[in-house]
Design a protein around this ligand. Sequence first.
Ligand code: SF4
Length: 92
Amino acid sequence: MTDLGRIMEKTHEWASKYANRKGFQLNPDEEMLDMVIEGLSRNKLEHGKQYCPCRLRTGDDKEDRRIICPCVYHKGEIENEGSCHCSLFFKV
Ligand code: SF4
């Protein structure tokens, strides 16, 4: 398995556990879910952290910490819009 494949497995496992713990659910559309998991994993592989694949990094480490998944925005987005910006986590 490639490095990316391995990271994707771990990321998926983490996201499932996190969703369970917080009472969210993962995107039921497996293709979309896979795209987000891949984006997070690619950022982890290339930039060292699972930065949100749907937001722009500024290059400022402190600022960019806000968009390491789970980002600081996700709870509000899930509550108000039904899902986080990337459609990774959904309201049950
Ligand atoms: S928008 Fe969703 S996928 Fe992106 S960092 Fe926030 S919680 Fe993670």
